[in-house]
Design a protein around this ligand. Structure first.
Ligand code: GLA
Length: 394
């Protein structure tokens, strides 16, 4: 066997000893768009360009959405040197040129690969090519990598993701690293120093509470997030999967509640709909400044569920400036009325504040102040509706 020279060994060791995740990326949850939920394998250069154009024209870029991410099926093979090749029929100008186009719109560019030697859709994965792929992504100007877990052949998840993290770091272009192993190996326990976000569930579908082999509605996914609030924070987020708002399968209130709850969860806000044809209703849900503000709050706390009773949930998200966002979510299909006394509840909600200090209540969707926590509160909710309140010190 050929002996490695000392400088090569030192270089290799130092790359790996000092490898780490890039600092200071996504200190608030990433916001963007991904091709999978709407287009699946039917992706192409023209679709991606259309989405980048629509992101800017619709005002969504101004609302904070930044990343345009191509999911599975852009890859077709490898050349004789092992370099990853894009499908040249669907991406005739090449991925580098597409990234340049996305950047020219003031947006960031993301791509997808997989731990295994095949992706979930059977395209070439990165196994054994991690450093080579990372260098290619850097040369194309990739800013975000979603890295899946199909065909892992029982690889240890933590080491597999660490390998790609190290490869990205060695390639020297800061990349947001999105771990997608569906929560199967509890990434919230080990991924904080490896990735910037980690999927916590199987795939989301455009429905409220459907449940199948590898698919879930947003209400089922929400339930699974209950114990995870303590693991999220700036630069390392739980990812309950992308948004389905605008993809049908849900009425207005269900779609709005899905979005509000993803904001409460400090979830990455990765849109999954066709941005070029979305309705005013979809746009109004997804671009609501105050709701997005709760997601993007700099404290970076994920909401915890304070109580659940007869199909109604109360979730609390601490915000900067000693404020709190509170949602009252009706998970049932029937209307309901909820009455309560803040004085009693507040002792638990506002743990860091003197019990007797009242808070001012602001209803986000009614855009009005509702008095203070000194009064009792009555909430009337239609089926699957949510009330979103911001509480601040007077
Ligand atoms: C898995 C992921 C999805 C998507 C597909 C692509 O199912 O969980 O989000 O990336 O693979 O094949």
């Amino acid at each position: 066997m050929k002996k490695l020279s000392l400088p090569v060994v030192i270089l290799f060791l130092s790359i790996n000893l000092f490898a780490q995740k890039f600092e200071d990326l996504v200190m608030t949850p990433p916001m963007g768009w991904n091709s999978w939920n709407k287009f699946g394998c039917d992706v192409s250069e023209s679709i991606i360009k259309r989405m980048a154009d629509a992101m800017v024209q619709s005002g969504m870029a101004k609302a904070g959405y930044q990343y345009i991410i191509i999911d599975d099926c852009w890859q077709i093979g490898r050349d004789a040197e092992g370099n990853i090749l894009a499908d040249s029929l669907r991406f005739p100008s090449g991925i580098g040129a597409l990234a340049e186009y996305v950047h020219s719109k003031g947006l960031k560019f993301g791509i997808y690969s997989c731990v295994g030697d095949k992706t979930c859709a059977g395209r070439p994965g990165s196994r054994g090519h991690e450093y080579q792929d990372a260098l290619m992504y850097a040369s194309w100007g990739v800013d975000y990598l979603k890295y899946d877990f199909c065909f892992h052949e029982k690889l240890n998840a933590e080491s597999a993701y660490q390998t790609m993290r190290d490869a990205l770091y060695a390639a020297k272009r800061p990349v947001v690293f999105s771990i997608c192993e569906w929560g199967s190996n509890q990434p919230w326990l080990w991924a904080k120093d490896i990735g910037n976000l980690w999927r916590t569930t199987k795939d989301i579908y455009p429905c409220t509470n459907c449940d199948g082999d590898f698919k879930s509605g947003w209400l089922n996914i929400l339930e699974e997030q209950v114990p995870l609030w303590k693991y999220a924070g700036p630069g390392h987020w739980n990812d309950p999967d992308m948004l389905e708002v605008g993809n049908g399968g849900m009425n207005f209130l269900e779609s709005r509640s899905h979005f509000v709850m993803w904001c409460m969860l400090a979830a990455p806000l990765i849109l999954g709909n066709d941005l070029s044809t979305m309705s005013q209703e979809t746009l109004s849900i997804l671009s609501n400044e105050e709701v997005i503000g709760i997601n993007q709050d700099t404290l970076g706390k994920q909401a915890y569920r304070y109580l659940t009773n007869e199909g109604v949930d109360i979730w609390v998200k601490p915000l900067s400036g000693q404020r709190y966002a509170i949602t009252i979510l009706n998970k049932t299909k029937n209307s309901t009325t909820y009455e309560f006394s803040w004085k009693w509840w507040g002792k638990c909600f506002f743990a860091d504040s003197p019990e007797d200090e009242p808070y001012e209540i602001y209803n986000v969707f009614e855009k009005k102040k509702l008095g203070t926590t000194e009064n009792n509160f009555e909430a009337k909710l239609q089926g699957r509706d949510v009330i979103l309140l911001i509480m601040s010190k007077m």
